[in-house]
Design a protein. Structure first.
Lengths: 290, 331, 480
């Protein structure tokens, strides 16, 4: 707007569910501001029914996504990185504004986020080799174990690191073959909204990623209790609520990733730690005879 | 060009000489039909069959059951000598033992039969006259079965004429392994006809068939062709009568009777040397085919050294102390 | 009945020496518990075997403190190779005392001696042998460059495989350098206490293994103790949920091995005789007291009648009775409570319209017994098709196509195990891929091995036991 008296077109962003961009069924929105409190845009404030719809979409997308070849999933994840590159400037602006970072630091965060997709893209077709294998049982059986995606993962994304943190918790879920329902950073949702637009124009099938902007405190219990959610990542759970969410998740024996004590350094090498919680090990036995 | 999957099924094809019992009366109408039938039998998972046989082998047979099992086993023995060095004297000696396995104990049961080569069947017949002990003769170019059909049939007729009332034939394993199932079948039919009133035991020589799937198929060929018994082995090839092979053959006779109403006997032969082995077989019959087969009319052991071990164990049970080889007779 | 009767062939009880009462095993010593003592009975005769101390919260606290001390002072600092050698010693002792363990297990649990002798005890020894070898090779396990133990493991195990479940829990915990407070099931504490004796015989340092006997309260005290770093539980899904709730928000690492309702799928091209054996092994092994039991038979309609006829004939040969008789196939139900549950669910099955079939078999007058039972005409909506019976009760459902088989098999909140019977290799691999279950047995069933990871999907729990994967549950920051 600098040096330009054109009246801006203010944006009201929508959710990303099932490959489409619906408004919250509740009709609720909230104002998103930059780190200094200036208005940036309106975001949809997802309701429990939006969360429900997102789980349905994620479950619907699971068979095809988990059944795709690991090579194909790797290609799709790499494509996300490619499409993100095209929106590099936009991401940098959003991260800088939302997180109050210098443009250099924002650029570094965006670069790292894109590189993280690339990193996970390369993991898809290695996981089974690294985590699976043949088991030398004491008998005439061929016995092997393979990692398989657990199903629908609810992700409470980090509240602070709005893009790198988000990608760091989302990409591993996809790399394993799971589908995701993500509650984005409440106060810094815009990079997530843009990521939704990237995903929609990349090759990620609709429903594989569902992005809900809004309040993790409000949506967390519904996702933690939802019987058709297999795992929940509590990384971005609001302070003091994680234990309660974990208790609720116990009702259906969900796999739970507990929140870190402090917001982690998202630039660090994550290893396998964000994929293995969402993988099941399947062991298959077959006799060997003629 | 027209593909004819089953050329023999075309009108005008020669029908098989002998139709099996219903509901299987059409399965031998052609090579292709017979092959389809035999390959349509449920498969046998080797590991599962071996595990089941091993599990049956862990049954613990004690005291009164053991005494019953030993006497039953003795009464089921086809006391066998099948050596190039066999002589009339050897056969007479065997016959004497068959009549009175334990000279020291008249309560000891007789064996079921004496099994010899066809040329010595007459000697055995004479030695066993009036005892009710059967004379079994191996025939059909035993043990390899590699001779023309005419020679095999002549071999059978000769043995029957010499006095054998049971014929132990070998199947043509070469034909079987080539997939010429109908040839195998027709030969058994022809031998059965040549047997006249003599009972026919069909030796599959399972040690050459190698797989349990083959054992099951060969069992069905023999039963469909009219064999009265199916028998594992000649005793000249290793492995011979293993428990898994016995299990599959017992399943075959069980299933065949369920389907056709005709009961076929089973004879494991070769490698059964100890009372323990024999008891394992009896347990396996009991729990697989069922107690109807626990009878010398339906079950035989083809064995030679087994009898002495049964006698030693019998003496141990009777006297309470262990016996020794000097207390049983050499053959 | 057969002309071939099997005379009784009982294994002698004289090899076991059951004391009139037992204490807890804490810090290397047998001590009295301060809770209300309880009796353990032989379920085959209802004879009281002995009285056992119950551990109170204070006793559990003492045990955890002993375990902590051992972790810090002896077991933790010990050379890994030496830890391994202790485990090898224990494994050898289990083999040497195998008959004693087998007889005691059958007495206390009711399972046939054939199974305790041929399955439970040898596998328990194998678990110790397997994990003994890992103790000084953990950096090669692919679980990080320098894997570290968690500390004190609190372990709660069920009554269906008392010694074997102990081995599944204790062996990996010790091999990875942790110390243990283990609570055996209330109805089957005796082999765990005999195991305590083995620990002493092996000169295992005091406090490395602590056994606290008792019921639910004792288990809760173990799980909720603040100084426990790791909780491992095998048992019902209901208790599993409450444990997951209890450890929520703590640092405790949790693994759960819970219930199941496994589908055993028989295709029309199955090796029928082996499939029938597998069905029998799947549901009647250990009286059906098996979390991974193949309790839902899914049989292709085209072979339904043939399979059921074979199955009934085979079930007719099962011998139900004295667990110590070497020829017994099906022993006693573990407790009056479990028997009541099996009866209740079976009655519901009948009331819902399923057809009950049981062979003619005489059951002993005293003790807890339930004959092998199959229900045909079961629909997926019936409770016996959904609820875990944990007894010798098979529900038979049918399917027409592979898709239908998979859909029905996966239609469960459980996901522990499954079976596939087919002679077609590519079909097996495809179906195995589609089944949501942690263990898939193809053309076999109920096979276990220390090298082979075991554990469930969905509400059958999380974490794996056995193999390289099982170590992760006991190591800090292990990636898997």
């Amino acid at each position: 707007m600098i040096g330009n008296d054109r009246l801006a077109v203010r944006k009201t962003y929508k959710l990303y569910v099932g490959g489409a961009f619906p408004r919250s069924e509740s009709g609720r929105t909230y104002a998103v501001t930059d780190a200094k409190g200036h208005f940036l845009a309106n975001a949809s404030r997802a309701s429990r029914k939006d969360a429900r719809d997102a789980v349905v979409a994620a479950r619907g997308a699971f068979p095809k996504w988990s059944g795709a070849t690991a090579y194909n999933r790797g290609q799709v994840l790499y494509r996300v990185a490619e499409v993100m590159e095209g929106r590099h400037v936009q991401f940098c602006e959003e991260v800088a504004a939302g997180e109050g970072l210098s443009s250099g630091k924002a650029r570094a965060a965006v670069d790292a986020a894109i590189d993280r997709w690339v990193w996970y893209a390369g993991w898809t077709d290695k996981l089974a080799s690294v985590l699976g294998g043949a088991n030398p049982v004491a008998g005439p059986y061929f016995d092997f174990s393979l990692p398989e995606p657990t199903g629908v993962v609810a992700v409470l994304a980090p509240q602070q690191s709005s893009l790198l943190g988000l990608v760091s918790v989302l990409a591993p879920v996809l790399a394993t073959g799971c589908t995701a329902v993500v509650v984005t950073s409440q106060e810094r949702p815009l990079p997530a909204v843009t990521l939704g637009e990237v995903l929609a124009t990349s090759d990620v099938p609709g429903g594989v990623v569902n992005l809900l902007t809004g309040d993790a405190e409000e949506l967390g219990p519904w996702l933690a209790e939802h019987a058709d959610v297999d795992a929940i990542d509590l990384t971005g759970a609001p302070a003091g609520r994680a234990m309660e969410f974990e208790r609720e998740a116990a009702g259906t024996i969900k796999r739970v990733v507990r929140p870190p004590v402090t917001e982690p350094d998202w630039t660090a090498d994550p290893g396998l730690s964000r994929m293995t919680p969402f993988l099941e090990t399947k062991t298959v036995w077959h006799p060997m005879g003629v | 060009m027209t593909h004819v999957l089953d050329p023999d099924a075309l009108p005008g094809a020669t029908p098989a000489v002998h139709a099996p019992l219903p509901p299987y009366d059409d399965v031998t109408r052609s090579d292709a039909a017979f092959r389809a039938f035999l390959h349509g039998l449920p498969g046998v998972d080797q590991v599962g069959a071996e595990a089941r046989a091993a599990q049956l082998g862990t049954r613990s047979i004690k005291t009164t059951s053991k005494a019953w099992a030993i006497d039953t086993a003795i009464s089921m023995v086809d006391l066998t000598t099948l050596e190039g060095a066999d002589t009339p004297g050897k056969v007479r000696s065997l016959a004497a033992k068959a009549k009175q396995p334990d000279p020291g104990d008249p309560s000891c049961p007789r064996v079921a039969a004496v099994c010899v080569y066809g040329d010595l069947a007459g000697v055995a017949r004479k030695a066993l006259e009036g005892t009710g002990i059967h004379v079994a003769a191996v025939a059909t170019a035993f043990p390899s079965g590699r001779a023309s059909r005419a020679v095999k049939l002549a071999d059978v007729r000769d043995a029957v004429e010499n006095g054998a009332d049971e014929i132990d034939m070998v199947i043509d394993r070469g034909a079987f392994l080539r997939g010429r199932y109908l040839d195998v079948y027709e030969e058994i039919v022809a031998v059965k006809e040549a047997c006249g009133d003599a009972h026919l035991k069909v030796i599959l020589e399972t040690g050459e068939l190698k797989t349990l799937d083959n054992v099951r198929r060969a069992s069905w060929i023999a039963m469909l062709a009219g064999g009265d018994f199916i028998k594992t082995s000649t005793g000249k090839v290793n492995p011979a009568a293993t428990l898994p092979v016995g299990l599959v053959m017992l399943e075959a006779v069980r299933d065949f009777r369920i389907a056709t109403g005709r009961q076929v006997g089973f004879k494991p032969a070769g490698g059964i040397k100890t009372t323990k082995d024999a008891v394992k077989h009896l347990v396996m019959i009991n729990e697989t085919a069922g107690p109807d087969w626990l009878d010398p009319d339906w079950f035989r052991f083809g064995a030679s050294s087994l009898l002495n071990d049964l006698l030693l164990q019998r003496q141990k049970l009777r006297t309470g102390h262990y016996s020794g080889p000097d207390y049983v007779t050499v053959d | 009945m057969s002309v071939f009767e099997y005379a009784p062939a009982p294994e002698s009880r004289s090899i076991v020496n059951i004391a009139p009462s037992y204490g807890l095993f804490v810090d290397g010593e047998f001590v009295d518990g301060t809770g209300e003592p309880f009796k353990t009975v032989n379920p085959a005769t209802e004879e009281v075997l002995t009285e056992v101390s119950a551990a109170s919260e204070a006793d559990v606290d003492r045990a955890v403190r002993a375990a902590r001390r051992a972790f810090e002072k002896t077991w933790g600092p010990m050379r890994p190779a030496d830890r391994g050698k202790y485990l090898f010693r224990i494994a050898r002792l289990l083999q040497e005392r195998a008959r004693e363990f087998a007889v005691l297990e059958s007495l206390d649990n009711g399972k046939p001696i054939r199974e305790s002798r041929d399955v439970d005890v040898p596998l328990a020894a194998a678990h110790f042998f397997y994990h003994a070898g890992w103790a000084d090779k953990l950096e090669h396990a692919g679980l990080g460059p320098a894997p570290k133990p968690l500390g004190v493991a609190g372990q709660v195990i069920p009554w269906n495989f008392p010694l074997l479940m102990l081995a599944w829990k204790v062996a990996p915990a010790l091999a990875t350098g942790n110390t243990v407070v283990l609570k055996p099931a209330e109805t089957t504490p005796l082999t765990a206490l005999l195991f305590a004796e083995v620990c002493r015989q092996a000169d295992l340092p005091a406090g490395v293994v602590n056994i606290v006997t008792g019921a639910g309260d004792t288990g809760r005290a173990v799980v909720e103790h603040d100084d426990v770093d790791k909780v491992a539980f095998t048992g019902s899904t209901e208790v599993g949920r409450s444990i997951a709730r209890a450890v929520a928000g703590t640092r405790k690492k949790l693994t759960l091995e819970l219930g199941g309702k496994a589908a055993n799928i028989v295709f029309d091209d199955a090796p029928i005789d082996q499939a029938v054996e597998g069905i029998v092994q799947g549901i009647f092994f250990n009286q059906g007291h098996v979390c991974c039991a193949g309790s839902r038979l899914l049989v292709q309609e085209s072979v339904h009648d043939e399979v059921i006829a074979s199955l009934q004939r085979r079930i007719g040969t099962l011998r139900v009775g004295d667990p110590l008789d070497k020829n017994t196939d099906i022993g006693a139900i573990n407790s009056a409570e479990q028997l009541a549950r099996i009866r209740e669910l079976s009655d519901i099955g009948e009331a819902e319209g399923a057809q009950r079939w049981q062979p003619a078999c005489a059951l002993p007058e005293r003790g807890y017994w339930f004959p092998p039972t199959i229900f045909t005409d079961v629909s997926p909506a019936h409770r016996i098709a959904r609820d875990e019976v944990f007894g010798p009760v098979l529900s038979v459902l049918t399917f027409r196509t592979p898709d239908e088989a998979v859909a029905k098999a996966n239609n469960s909140t459980y996901g522990l195990s499954a079976g596939i019977w087919s002679e077609k290799g590519s079909r097996i691999l495809k179906i195995a891929d589609q089944l949501r279950a942690g263990v898939v047995w193809a053309n076999t069933f109920n096979k276990f091995d220390p090298t082979s990871p075991f554990g469930g999907y969905k509400q059958s729990g999380y974490g794996r036991e056995g193999g390289r994967h099982g170590l992760a549950a006991y190591l800090k920051g292990a990636d898997q």
